[in-house]
Design a protein around this ligand. Structure first.
Ligand SMILES: [Zn+2]
Length: 248
C-alpha cells in the first residue's frame, strides 16, 4: 500500500461524492470512491515528474499524419521501438534503453512521454526528468546549502527503475554539472537500469558539451533512433488549435 501521509478525510474533504471518507456505499457494500482513484493517479504522475500537459501523450494518439515519406518511415520505426521498449521494461528490468534524436518539433518528447505514460499505466516506476530543470535544481543545490536536496535528486535519477532524460541539449554545462550527469549515466550503465534520452544534438555535439566519457556511456545505455519532420510539429499543432478556435 502506498503511504499517502494523510488520512482519506484530509485528502478528500472537498469530494461531494464521499464527503471526505474516501469510500461510498454501493448497496450495502462500501467501495473506494472515484476521487481516490483520481488521487492515486495524480500521485503516480507527480512521483514520475511528468508534466500535466504530457499526461495525454499516449501511443494511441501519436499523430502519424504529421509525417510523410522518409520522415514517416523513421517515425514508424521510432514509434515501434518506443512502444516495444515500454512493454519490455515491465518484463525485463535490464532492458536496453533508447535515445531519440532529432531537431526540435519532430516528436521526440511526445514519444518519451508515451513511454512514461505507458509505464505508469502498468503501475511501473519511471522518472521523467527535463534536463534543463534538472540542471537548475542541481545548480540551486550547489549554490545553496541544500546538499540533502542534491543527494535526493541524484539518488532518484540514479536508481529509479526507468529514467527518461528529456531534452539533453546544448545547455551551459559546468564541469560540476556534467560530472553529475556522467555519474547518473555511469551508475545506470553499471546497474543495467533502462534509460531513455531525447536530444536534438548529435553524438559529437554531446561530446563537446558533456565529454567523451558521457558519450561512451550513452552509446552503451541506449539504442539510437532518429526522428525527422518536414515541418515543426509544434507549429502544425498550434495552427490546428487556431483553426479549431475559429470554427467553434
Ligand atoms: Zn470521494
Amino acid at each position: 500500500m502506498a503511504d499517502y501521509g494523510k488520512t482519506h478525510a484530509e485528502q478528500s474533504a472537498d469530494c461531494p461524492l464521499c464527503g471526505g471518507r474516501g469510500v461510498v456505499l454501493r448497496g450495502d457494500e462500501a467501495v473506494s470512491c472515484e476521487c481516490m482513484t483520481q488521487k492515486k493517479a495524480d500521485q503516480a504522475f507527480r512521483q514520475a515528474g511528468l508534466p500535466k500537459a504530457m499526461r495525454q501523450c499516449r501511443f494511441d494518439n501519436f499523430r502519424f499524419d504529421f509525417y510523410t515519406g522518409e520522415h514517416l518511415t523513421r517515425a514508424r520505426k521510432a514509434f515501434q521501438e518506443a512502444r516495444d521498449f515500454a512493454g519490455r521494461v515491465m518484463i525485463d528490468p535490464a532492458a536496453v534503453g533508447l535515445m531519440l534524436t532529432g531537431d526540435v518539433g519532430t516528436g521526440k518528447t511526445f514519444l518519451a512521454a508515451c513511454i512514461a505514460n505507458e509505464i505508469i499505466a502498468q503501475s511501473g516506476r519511471v522518472l521523467f526528468l527535463i534536463v534543463p530543470d534538472l540542471l537548475d535544481q542541481l545548480r540551486a543545490s550547489f549554490d545553496g546549502d541544500s546538499q540533502t536536496r542534491e543527494r535526493e535528486i541524484m539518488d532518484q535519477a540514479r536508481s529509479v527503475p526507468v529514467l527518461i532524460l528529456d531534452d539533453l541539449g546544448a545547455h551551459n554545462y559546468t564541469e560540476w554539472v556534467s560530472g553529475r550527469i556522467y555519474t547518473i549515466l555511469n551508475y545506470r550503465l553499471n546497474e543495467q537500469l533502462p534509460t531513455v534520452v531525447t536530444t536534438n544534438l548529435t553524438l559529437p555535439d554531446i561530446e563537446d558539451c558533456l565529454g567523451n566519457r558521457a558519450v561512451s556511456r550513452l552509446v552503451l545505455l541506449c539504442r539510437q533512433f532518429r526522428l525527422t519532420a518536414a515541418r515543426d510539429i509544434r507549429h502544425l499543432l498550434h495552427k490546428e488549435r487556431e483553426l479549431g478556435g475559429e470554427s467553434a
